[in-house]
Design a protein around this ligand. Structure first.
Ligand code: AR6
Length: 173
């Protein structure tokens, strides 16, 4: 059975070991899924993001950092920063997006977290084309799971129907 699942809904409600946040380089919160996670999780998450900023500055695109999950059902939140789409993959944005998924999975394993939920990173405010983002995310996770047996479950949590349908097609193929 596949370890990859898809869901349509709100990632803040998903009961897994770790949920991933589509943050920005400041780590200080924002709109979209970032705003939803900070609102639902409470101030503990922002406090820890501030500590990380004090230690290492923010978080570069394609990198990931981890905090506790405050009031969320998950144990931890991994904050990763997706690429801003500027057209034509000119800045290697596809590789940066793949790196978001890969670094998040590695960080989950390093923290002994075995079930992980991802939002559709960069497909909101950062305007990454949804089909290209879905292909990139799905392939990166699929390849990772072939080589790493530690992760038990990866859930792609799609907020909108368009993304859900794209992931459904990838899962069926
Ligand atoms: N649960 C799951 N997915 C969600 C939720 C939710 N509660 N809310 C929105 N989405 P975005 P980005 C979906 O804009 O494009 C923030 O301000 C949304 O429909 O949240 O990576 C950050 O601070 C879309 O498919 O993130 C950054 O400044 C996906 O999450 C910037 O936005 C990502 O949309 C990051 O932009």
């Amino acid at each position: 059975m596949s370890k990859i699942k898809i869901l349509q809904g709100d990632i803040t409600k998903v009961d897994v070991d770790v949920i991933v946040n589509a943050a920005n380089t400041s780590l200080l919160g924002g709109g979209g899924v970032d705003g939803a996670i900070h609102r639902a999780g409470g101030s503990q998450i922002l406090d820890e993001c501030r500590d990380i900023r004090a230690r290492q500055g923010g978080c570069d695109p394609g990198e990931a950092v981890i905090t506790n999950a405050g009031n969320l059902p998950a144990i931890k939140v991994i904050h990763t920063v997706g690429p801003v789409w500027t057209g034509d993959n000119e800045g290697g944005q596809r590789a940066v997006l793949a790196s978001c998924y890969l670094e998040s999975l590695k960080l989950a394993i390093a923290n002994n977290l075995k079930t992980i939920a991802f939002p559709n990173i960069s497909t909101g405010v950062y305007r990454f084309p949804k089909d290209l983002a879905a292909q990139t995310a799905f392939k990166t996770v699929q390849d990772f799971l072939l080589k790493n047996e530690v992760i038990d479950e990866v859930i792609f949590v799609c907020f909108d129907l368009e993304n859900f349908n794209l992931y459904q097609k990838l899962l069926d193929s």
